[in-house]
Structures are given as C-alpha cells and as structure tokens.
Design a protein around this ligand. Structure first.
Ligand code: PHE
Length: 340
C-alpha cells in the first residue's frame, strides 16, 4: 500500500472513530494515538524516507492535510464535549431567574447628617475639636459654672465611676478643654457621644450624639450666635426651615436659649422639637478656664463668646422625618437601607 493510500485510510478511520469518543480524557488518548509522538500519523510520516524524491512534495502535502484534518476534527469534538459538559452543569437551573444582588454597605443616616453638619460648619470657619467621653467633674460641671447641688450632677441623672469620674453628660466639656489649651480667638465644633440616665423613648436615648460649638473672640454678640445657627440650619435643612429661639437657662451661658425646629414626621402632626441649647458664654466659665491657664487670655472684660450644643440624633429625625429616635440604634437593615 502506498503511503498516500495509507494516509487516506488513517484519516478515514480517525474521523469515523472520533464520534465514539465520549469523554475529554478519552479524547486526549485519541489525540495521542494519532498525532502523538508514537501516533499513527507520526509513524506514517516516517515512511517519507522511502518516497521517491519527485513524489515527496505531493506526499508531504498530503501528510499535512491529514494531520490538519484530524487535528481540527479533534478540536470540533472537544468543543462538542465542552458544550455538553456546560449544558450538564446548568441543567435544572432557571437562567431567567433574576440574580441575587450582593449586599453593599452604606453610611448610617446619623453619619450622613454628621458629615453634612460638620462640612457646613467648617465652611463657616469652625475647626474640629474633641475631648474624652470619660470626664472629670471639673470639665463636665465645675468649670461650666454648674454648682454641686445642680440636678444634672445627681447620681440619678449621670453615670459615675467609683473613682469619681463620669460619662460626660454633654459635649460642653470640650469648650473647657479647648479654652484651657488654646488662646482666643477660638472657633471650634466638637461632635461626640453624651450619656444620661434618661428613660429611653421616641425622643430620648441614654447614649446620644451632640455637636458642640464655641466661638470666643473680642466683640462676639448674640446676633452672631443667632445668625450662625439660623444660617447653619438653613444650609442643612433648606431656606424654608422653621426655627425658633426660646429663652432658657443653662449654668454656663447667659443669656441662654433653646432652639426648636418644626418636625414634619412621617404619619404624624407637625410639632416643634428642641434641637439645641445655646447662649453667650457665662463670665464664670471664662474665670474657671483662666484659673487653670493662669493667664488673662480669657479675661471676661476682654472677650465674649457664644456656645451651642445640638442634638445630632434629633437633627437626623428632622432631616429624614423620623417618628422615633430608636430607629437610629436598632440596626434594622430594612430601615437603614432606605438611606443608602
Ligand atoms: N450642654 C447643653 C445640653 O447638653 C447644651 C448647650 C451647649 C447649651 C452650649 C448652651 C451652650 O443641653
């Protein structure tokens, strides 16, 4: 049999046998059996040696054709087997079902309100300041002109430690810490947690968040205070924000006010809620920090200032029309994901 006929029959045999190859492993065996080093095509090509010189081009060409034909037949079979395997893998899977969305996180609504408040106040020239949550009575009360018999200092209102320290009941502590270490002018804001032994309800939490502000310089007036807070609230809540200042009492400011805003909560009648306390820094506070500092930088005859402390949780209530503060601490993702 001439080499040409032998090659023809190898090709025929291979193509016919290929349909019976059922697995990818068998297909690899098959490839080796024909095209491998010891395969039939390779073996046949050894016969080239004995082909007369003038026939070599023709036989050589044939050899290539056969090799290519078998090789592409194997490739075709390979694709068919792969397709079969894929089809098997997704059998019974309804590819028209909508996919499951991966859960993505987002900022907590309180963080969003905090960011917005801080950004607005920083644009107005306030710098960030901070202080510890575990405080001394001096920073929380004495220096803030709060006498020992003041009800806020009572065990029933405040969390005390055995060593006499306490969980700060307000962020006004940062006013003292700032003035003790920085000379005027100071214009700071201090966001942070505050702690009170309050009964938890729709508008009270035992751990809540405040944003303290303090501005001390020469000639700071009540008009500056009102203008600052009103401008801030309009920036954050819009130009039609309803704000009112009610005369109030705080030991560390004189005069003092509470600031209310109209809350339009989902499913409830609109009502005023208190969002901040504020006032002009009491001269006794300046005297207290002067005592620590041992200088006259905060001489009450020279400087004046205003301070405010806003309830951040309440700002979030207003921003999102929340009927209940507790929503902010329950970590219910059905609630939280509305603010994503
Ligand atoms: N510290 C006060 C409170 O927690 C708020 C306040 C801050 C009032 C600054 C006046 C000035 O209620």
């Amino acid at each position: 049999m001439s080499l040409l006929t032998e090659l023809d029959s190898i090709q025929e045999e291979a193509v016919a046998a290929l349909n019976g190859v059922a697995t990818e492993a068998d297909l690899e065996q098959f490839r080796l059996a024909y095209l491998g080093k010891k395969g039939k095509v390779t073996a046949a090509s050894a016969g080239m040696r004995d082909v007369p010189k003038e026939d070599k081009p023709l036989v050589g060409q044939k050899l290539n054709e056969v090799r290519t034909a078998i090789s592409s037949a194997i490739d075709e079979r390979q694709s068919a087997l792969t397709a079969e395997r894929d089809a098997q893998a997704v059998k019974g899977i309804d590819v028209t079902l909508p996919g499951r969305r991966p859960l993505t996180g987002s900022l907590h609504p309180l963080t969003q309100v905090l960011d917005q408040a801080v950004n607005t106040l920083r644009r107005m020239g306030f710098a960030l300041a901070e202080g510890p949550e575990i405080e001394t009575e001096w920073h929380c009360f004495d220096a803030l002109n709060t006498p020992p018999d003041h009800p806020a200092r009572n065990e029933t209102d405040t969390f005390y430690f055995e060593n006499g320290k306490l969980l700060r009941t307000h962020t006004s502590t940062v006013q003292i810490r700032t003035m003790e270490t920085q000379a005027p002018p100071v214009r700071i804001i201090a966001p942070g947690s505050a702690f009170r032994r309050d009964e938890i309800d729709a508008t009270h939490l035992t751990v809540f968040n405040q944003l303290e502000g303090l501005y001390v310089d020469e000639n700071v007036t009540l008009a500056d205070l009102k203008g600052t807070l009103e401008y801030f609230l309009r920036c954050v809540f819009g130009d039609d924000t309803e704000v009112r200042f009610r005369p109030h009492f705080f030991p560390f400011t004189e005069p003092s006010f509470e600031v209310d805003m109209k809350l339009h909560a989902t499913g409830k009648d609109a009502k005023w809620i208190e969002i901040a306390g504020c006032g002009m820094v009491d001269p006794n506070v300046f005297k207290a920090v002067s005592q620590t500092r041992g200088d006259a930088a905060y001489d009450p005859e020279k400087v004046t200032g205003f301070a405010f402390g806003m309830g951040l949780d309440r700002l979030a209530m207003l921003m999102y029309g929340l009927p209940d503060l507790r929503l902010l601490i329950e970590n219910d993702t059905r609630f939280l994901k509305q603010f994503a």
